[in-house]
Ligand binder design. Sequence first.
Ligand SMILES: *Cc1c(COP(=O)(O)O)cnc(C)c1O
Length: 393
Amino acid sequence: MPQPLREESQTIRTTIPSSGNREHSSSIYMTSSFSFENAEQARATFAKEISGNIYSRYSNPSVDEFIAKMCILEECEDGVAVASGMSAVFTGMASLLETGDHVLASRSVFGSTHQILTQVLPKWDISHSYAPIKKPEVWESLIQPNTRLCYVETPSNPALDLIDLDWLSSLCKKHNVLLYVDNIFATPILQKPVRHGADLVMHSATKYIDGQGRGIGGIILGKKDLIEKVRFFAKHTGPCLSPFNGWMFSKSLELLHVRIERHAKNALQLAQFLETRPDVQTVKYPHLPSHPQFDLAKRQMKMGGGVVTFIVEGGLERGRRFLDALKMSSLTANLGDSRTIATHPASTTHSSLTEEDRQAVGIMPGLIRVSVGLEHIDDIIGDIQHALDNSKA
Ligand SMILES: *Cc1c(COP(=O)(O)O)cnc(C)c1O
């Protein structure tokens, strides 16, 4: 038996100890607290002289199994699971930032992350600057003496622009800034930010980690000393993940490698099909040779991921007609599901931005984002083709 097991096998074989009933699939620990055998065990557990669960806001075995697998996948020492992806963004930032600190963020961050940076953190006098993703040459000039954290998503949503993490992590190290990466779009199967120098990684488990659109959750991963601070904050402020969702996400991880490879294979084929359509202006997919950062994508991501974006000719109205003409794909705000999902960011997720702000992050009126699912590729392409053919003016 080769030791240690390979990543795929560890993701499947890592389990919490049996409850004593010889169950093969881990049981779910639906308990708010854990009882002690005697007063001495209670005292020693609270005093941390012995390890053990106390209360599910602090730790729970079903959640711990999920964390253990995610640590393997992201090659991180430790992690804290929380109730949503946004809770991961906020808990990570709130744990590590002090009043007066400054955050450098890529301009193309998720909508609610933008709200945290612009509306929530300023309450504690924590400021931010946005760095344009396509102009890496200006990033260094945006670092201030009080810059403590740099927060980025790569590939970005929905424009699928990439950030060179090797470059950014050396810039951050030079200025003693922590690098915090949202790895939701790539997943650890395709990209491991810590290998490129990131200090912290976050996920919305809601997306590819669950992969079936069933539940909300998140996780923050990194080195032990940083995660200790995050754990302290989470333990006492209470954004804990439910044991049921921890169990569900852990089971989902058993299929993550297989699922992501198929998502990415289907997505590449859809992207290649879209490039043949004369009524599609631009197709963006990291592993298409036409992607402006194709070389970086090949270096940084094992495959191109499960999301494809394209711009239909005919602008906003055509984009909306295209969605209405789909027969199989779902219209919903989620992504990373086994079901193909199409969204029109300009009229939905990004409609609150000004036209100028949308342009700045690459959201053109006719932009369509497809989270490519696990249906048969011919059915996925067939649905998109049918909708393109039936949405012309
Ligand atoms: C969904 C998402 C989040 C937020 O995750 P929730 O689980 O919905 O809170 C953050 N960043 C990106 C890129 C996302 O796609």
